[in-house]
Design a protein around this ligand. Structure first.
Ligand SMILES: [Fe+2]
Length: 123
């Protein structure tokens, strides 16, 4: 399943980069300074944005599922604080949240496929 997982993660990475650009542009519109370095991002989200250390597909999937769940929580939180106060940021968070939910579902589906393959292989 390595190729299927790599293809999915590459697609997600492209979409995550777009999310970063959208958020950075919004921060600039609001007069702030976006976090620009990977180290700054890791400092801001230290738990779920660790570089992969174990290349086993199951571990990569679990790590990325946790990352997507963290993103979902983060964008829901952003929606909560901007609701009825900043509709532009609220709508941006809602749009990104939709993609993060799709990412999480895609990875959960791959994880379930892997579990089935492991179960069938052990019989
Ligand atoms: Fe994502």
């Amino acid at each position: 399943m390595k190729d299927a997982v790599a293809a999915e993660l590459n697609l997600h990475a492209t979409e995550e980069l777009n999310h970063a650009l959208l958020v950075a542009n919004r921060v600039i519109q609001l007069g702030g300074t976006p976090v620009l370095s990977p180290q700054g991002v890791v400092r801001a989200q230290p738990v779920h944005l660790r570089p992969p250390e174990d290349p086993y597909v199951a571990v990569l999937l679990d790590q990325n599922i946790a990352g997507e769940q963290c993103a979902i929580t983060t964008y829901k939180g952003l929606m909560d604080v901007t609701k009825d106060k900043d509709m532009v940021t609220y709508n941006l968070a809602l749009t990104i949240l939709g993609q993060e939910v799709e990412h999480e579902e895609d990875l959960q589906s791959l994880r379930e496929d892997l579990n089935l393959m492991v179960q069938r292989g052990s019989k």
